[in-house]
Design a protein around this ligand. Structure first.
Ligand SMILES: CSC[C@@H](O)[C@@H](O)C(=O)COP(=O)(O)O
Length: 396
């Protein structure tokens, strides 16, 4: 499971990847529920399989779920069943699949952006339904081919833009700190497992490392799903990047005792005024960073920017099932087997008593006034001194 690491001053070992496509075009994903203990590849051939994998978080990370949704649509469009449909039937089928796939997870805008690209093409494509049945078939073949190309583009364009963001973010932070070796903090998982390669926030950390400008990358465990302790730890150890895990509750202590040069996070949706939805725990990291005068950087591709929403209050925050917070999956060191254990008294998160409730939002919103800058592949938008908003339209 390797993607070629980009060349840099410091050579990197091969990166992990969450999606692979074999020579026959079969798409497979690594089951992230089992990482880091077991590497199991699952074939994905249909939108239903992609929907299930995204919803159950076998694959996660804003860009990666958009890629998988698009690739599953591409695969399904190669079937005989689709090829026998009229152009109008194919269009309707694709639009239905876009709605269905988009409903798998609501907060990450990359997924809806990818589906919107396909919808826009379908809606503007000139139909030839009035032609004879044989030319209608060839017209639908053209349509299918074009939509498949859009799906492939969604997946492929991610890697290059991540490398650009990595470079831009590393340059900005190194200049801001003025130091030769930086200590940085990240939350959640934003590397090659969450994207098509190199990563967003982890891309900046990787670029610092490649330039020999990284002292230590601290990463938060990111409960309840443990994207940090399970996935970021796997990526950083695979790349042999100097790193140190902290529990989510230790951020304040870390900021008091270490000279941290920046907090670098990814995003699931950045709206017009710069407010940013990202993994739960990001907001508290931003509040603490401001208290300690530490620059707070958001790194996300243009496809994560949603100019249709004015402020973060409009972002739909996904609620995850309570069991994801009351149960922990891990390796039983006595049996050597993977197991799931409950860490709460029985009934918490499952019963209907007033004392059995669990609050489990998957994301929170960090107001722009706590963010120092937003980095996309188009550039860096800084918040001006004293301003409450960040003009992200300049980097779209
Ligand atoms: C490049 S990934 C950016 C975000 O998608 C990431 O920080 C995040 O919040 C992922 O959440 P997840 O719930 O694991 O899909």
């Amino acid at each position: 499971m390797v993607a070629q690491a980009p060349s840099g001053k410091k050579p990197l070992p091969d990166m992990m990847t969450s999606i692979r496509i074999d020579k026959s075009g079969q798409v497979e994903i690594v089951d992230q529920l089992l990482l880091p203990h077991s590497v199991k590849w699952i074939p994905i051939s249909t939108p239903e399989e992609a929907f299930d994998a995204i919803k159950s978080m076998k694959i996660r990370g804003a860009p990666a779920i958009a890629s998988l949704a698009a690739l599953s649509l591409k695969s399904s469009l190669s079937t005989e069943e689709i090829r026998s449909k009229s152009e109008e039937e194919v269009k309707k089928w694709i639009l239905d699949q876009c709605d269905y796939l988009q409903s798998s997870r609501p907060t990450a805008v990359n997924l809806s952006e990818a589906m919107n690209r396909i919808r826009t093409y379908i809606k503007t494509h000139t139909s030839s339904s009035s032609s004879s049945s044989s030319s209608a078939t060839s017209a639908s073949a053209d349509l299918v081919q074009k939509v498949q190309q859009i799906c492939q583009d969604v997946h492929e364009e991610d890697l290059e833009r991540n490398m650009t963001m990595g470079r831009l973010g590393a340059e900005w932070l190194a200049k801001k700190s003025g130091k030769s070796k930086l200590k940085v903090v990240t939350v959640c998982n934003t590397g090659s497992l969450a994207t098509s390669g190199y990563g967003t926030a982890i891309g900046v950390i990787t670029a610092l490392f490649e330039n020999d400008q990284l002292d230590t990358a601290y990463y938060a465990q990111t409960t309840p799903y443990h994207q940090g302790s399970r996935l970021t730890s796997l990526e950083l150890t695979t790349l042999e990047i100097p790193a140190c895990m902290i529990c989510d509750t230790m951020l304040g202590s870390l900021f008091q005792h270490e000279d941290i040069d920046g907090v670098i996070v990814g995003a699931d949706r950045v709206v017009k005024n710069g407010d940013t939805a990202n993994k739960i725990g990001t907001y508290q990291a931003a509040v603490l960073a401001q208290r300690h005068n530490i620059p707070f950087m958001v790194v996300a591709p243009v496809t994560t920017i949603d100019l249709s929403l004015k402020t973060g209050a409009e972002i739909h925050i996904e609620q995850r099932p309570p069991v994801e917070a009351t149960q922990v999956r891990g390796l039983n060191i006595e049996t050597g087997k993977l197991s799931v254990v409950r860490i709460t008294p029985e009934g918490v998160g499952e019963g209907d008593k007033p004392w059995q409730r669990v609050y489990n939002p998957s994301f929170d919103v960090t107001p722009a006034e706590l963010i120092s800058c937003v980095v996309t592949e188009k550039g860096v938008a800084e918040r001006k001194e004293g301003a409450k908003d960040i003009d992200v339209s300049s980097i779209c």
